[in-house]
Design a protein around this ligand. Structure first.
Ligand SMILES: Nc1ncnc2c1ncn2[C@@H]1O[C@H](COP(=O)(O)OP(=O)(O)O)[C@@H](O)[C@H]1O
Ligand SMILES: [Mg+2]
Length: 218
């Protein structure tokens, strides 16, 4: 069982959006997937409440303090991938999520504010001896010098997913309808990006990712 914690102390970077769509895409690939929502805002839990699909990932809302006990239970149930959605704040729950994770995914928009604000998150991950990857999210569609600049800055940390996610209404609509983007329109660009990101993350967890791969937005 592998565990991805989606963390960033800044709100609005796309943690919940990615948790939902990555989980659906993983389930579509046949991975038994469970999402744990430790954010009191409960965005992912509410998304789950709007779901009409019978299959797909399961979502449970827990406190950070319940995480350590929950993980062995999920393992026992045969869950293969756990995705933890966390609040955009520095809380003991986020620390607990980082501690149980195989990989921390840090979404950031291609803005100075997001990148600067991610520093305490990255420091916390380092302190706990965990590995991480940034992913650029909500980037302007198409070629953008802003995206390339942000990508290069993040690449200096040695860990940025090669697939930036563009700003696409599919993500907003999927969140509103309790779907993943790959369910909403399997042929959309948003779907392709989410599948590519998932593959990159799973490879990274297995130690197979190539950090030098050229970004697709270039
Ligand atoms: N790639 C994207 N394209 C368009 N909208 C996005 C994208 N990622 C996130 N959003 C939107 O941005 C807002 C904040 O995202 P959310 O996942 O709730 O962030 P967080 O959980 O980090 O606070 C939501 O309205 C969501 O629909
Ligand atoms: Mg959220």
């Amino acid at each position: 069982m592998k565990i991805i914690a989606i963390v960033s102390q800044k709100g609005g970077t796309g943690k919940s959006t990615l948790a939902c769509s990555l989980a659906v895409a993983a389930a579509e690939q046949g991975l038994k997937t469970s999402v744990i929502d430790i954010d009191l805002q409960g965005t992912t839990k509410k998304w789950y409440g709007r779901r009409e699909a019978e299959d797909g990932p399961e979502v449970n809302a827990l406190t950070g303090g319940q995480l350590e006990a929950a993980i062995p239970l999920l393992r026992k149930q045969g869950v293969q991938l756990v995705i933890i959605d966390t609040p955009g704040a520095d809380t003991p729950g986020v620390t607990a999520a980082i501690q149980v994770a195989d990989l921390c995914l840090v979404p950031a928009r291609p803005s100075v504010a997001d990148i600067e604000a991610s520093a305490p998150t990255i420091n916390a991950i380092h302190r706990l001896g965990k590995s991480f990857s940034y992913v650029l999210n909500q980037v302007p569609p198409g070629r953008s010098i802003r995206t390339m600049d942000a990508y290069r800055v993040l690449q200096l940390t040695g860990a940025v997913a090669s697939t930036p996610l563009a700003m696409r209404v599919d993500h907003m609509d999927a969140l509103a309808t309790g779907q993943g983007v790959t369910e909403r329109d399997p042929t959309s660009k948003a779907s392709a990006e989410i599948r590519e990101l998932l593959e990159w993350l799973l490879n990274k967890i297995e130690g197979k990712a190539h950090g030098q791969k050229q970004t697709r937005v270039a």
